[in-house]
Design a protein around this ligand. Sequence first.
Ligand code: AVJ
Length: 318
Amino acid sequence: MSTTTAPNTAFAHDVVEGLSGEKKHLSSKYFYDDNGSRIFMQIMKMPEYYPTGCEFEILSQQSQDILKKLCFEERFDIVEFGSGDGVKTKQLLTTFLRNQADFTYVPIDISQEALDALQENITATLPNIKMTPKTGDYFEILDELAKSDTPKLFLFLGGNIGNYKPEEALDLLKKFHKGMNKGDMLLMGMDLRKNPRVIQTAYDDPHGITKAFNINLLKRINNELDADIALDQFDFYSNYNPENGEVNSYLVSLKKQHFHSTVLNTTFHFEKDELIWTELSKKYSLNEINNVAEEAGFSVVHNFMDCKHYFTDSLWVK
Ligand code: AVJ
């Protein structure tokens, strides 16, 4: 995950909007400042957080099969949204190069710093790779890319789609679809439904790292909006509901309390046990994946799953 360069004003606006109403909420997109990105890297190293290992297994063992499923005749672009540290993508790129695929790798991220680090990491191992990183907003770049007629494989890995509510996910996929040409392909990392206990433990870890990840949202409010939140007066609660496949995460106010932000010139009030909803992490069944892909205008070509069938890199074609 990358650091964010979103203007402070958007954050300020969303904090006011999210903490003023009846049902309080803060968006999980604000998890990833520098500190939050570091905590997320710790999450990815926890044995309980299975998605990272699963997707690493898929991309290190099945990239040749992925390449065989691509329907491109000639050179193509690999466009990656939210490329992060590139550890997993490097597995795919290495295999593609070894098999003489002719492609240019186009990682897209909002953080220039993250892209620089990625480029260094990738070129250190793959010095001959053709790479043209792009900084900025996904959809602006998507519009720009749609004008070229080089066939494209889009990557949206890591299971980030899980953070979107079903209707928002569909909306996002339709936007991807609109920016693609017929025959272009999309490899979507999606976390699958599985034994509820496995999912529960991944998001409510015994080390308290996921708790720290959530508390970091409050830390950001303190730092960036000059607020005085007592960080130890909030708890963390996360719950997986196997009936709808949703992990929902919350901060919980441990007492009736308030805090003040001098930047916002506002005081925010909390009842004892009041919740702040922070994240949705939706788990999909293979059926749901088929349905959402088709609703967005894609056909599912193949699901590349890890040996435990915990996670899929689902390959779609427009
Ligand atoms: C980065 C969105 C894939 O939902 O699994 C990890 C973020 N949240 N632990 C996920 C996250 C809590 C993660 N994604």
